[in-house]
Write a new protein. Structure first.
Length: 250
């Protein structure tokens, strides 16, 4: 087994921007070495790598991959092991998110939404299992607070994220006792960049439904991920809601 005093090594999918970047920064602050995965956000990935390596040299490497490409998944695990010699945590953060209205759903949407939100986390976890067993490591999946009360017109996305919750619990059973597997279910934290559905009226409605009467910050999700990796040795198979209590008012 690897020395417990060595820096932990994390693979974070979709770690270049938005919530993923917040998770990357938070885990890096804890002393982790990071393989930062990105798909199309090359500029953001390179900028974040440069920023963090200036703080701690050679602590972050970046890797481009389309998570719908199955061979690329095992290659990400191999890249982490070749660069850092171990793997302590896999954070399945990358996600596709857009509406799919009944009657207009096609197989391309199904493949993309199921692929990024469910298929990739499964096969990445499978590829990482041996390395995580060796390090007594863990997996953290990023789900969604809407899994129990699906948002209208988001049929495929909701089904994929609900599947990810089931996958989290199944993997906790399969990989215990060596590997812990948990999930974080974010609520209103960041609005989508390019979705006109989330106008000011909708946003105010969401905030009013949140018990804390505000949106969260990406750092709230990042701190939850950090807690599950570093501070929760007796927690597995759990979904941690980070939603300001909104799930209680829907």
């Amino acid at each position: 087994m690897n020395s417990p005093s060595a820096s932990k090594v994390m693979l974070i999918t979709g770690g270049a921007k938005r919530v993923g970047a917040a998770i990357t920064r938070e885990l890096h602050r804890q002393g982790a070495n990071i393989l930062l995965h990105y798909h199309t956000s090359a500029d953001e990935a390179l900028a974040l790598q440069t920023e963090l390596n200036q703080a701690r040299p050679d602590s972050v490497v970046i890797a481009q991959a389309n998570l719908l490409d199955m061979p690329a998944l095992s290659q990400l695990i191999t890249a982490a092991l070749q660069r850092f010699g171990r793997l302590d945590a896999l954070v399945n953060n990358a996600s596709s998110y857009y509406p799919t209205k009944l009657g207009q759903i096609d197989t391309a949407q199904w493949e993309e939404l199921m692929g990024s939100n469910l298929k990739a986390p499964l096969f990445l976890s499978q590829a990482a299992a041996d390395a995580l067993r060796a390090s007594q490591g863990c997996i953290v999946n990023i789900t969604d607070m809407h899994i129990e009360r699906p948002k209208k017109h988001y049929i495929v996305y909701s089904a994929a994220k609900a599947g990810l919750v089931s996958l989290t619990k199944s993997l906790a059973q399969e990989l215990g006792p060596e590997v812990r597997v948990n999930a974080v279910a974010p609520g209103p934290v960041l609005w989508p960049d390019d979705n006109q559905e989330f106008d000011e009226v909708y946003r105010k409605q969401v905030i009013n439904q949140t018990l804390l009467k505000r949106t969260g910050e990406p750092s709230d999700i990042a701190k939850a991920v950090k807690f599950l990796i570093y501070d929760a040795p007796f927690i597995t198979g759990h979904v941690l809601a980070v939603d300001g209590g909104r799930n209680l008012s829907l």
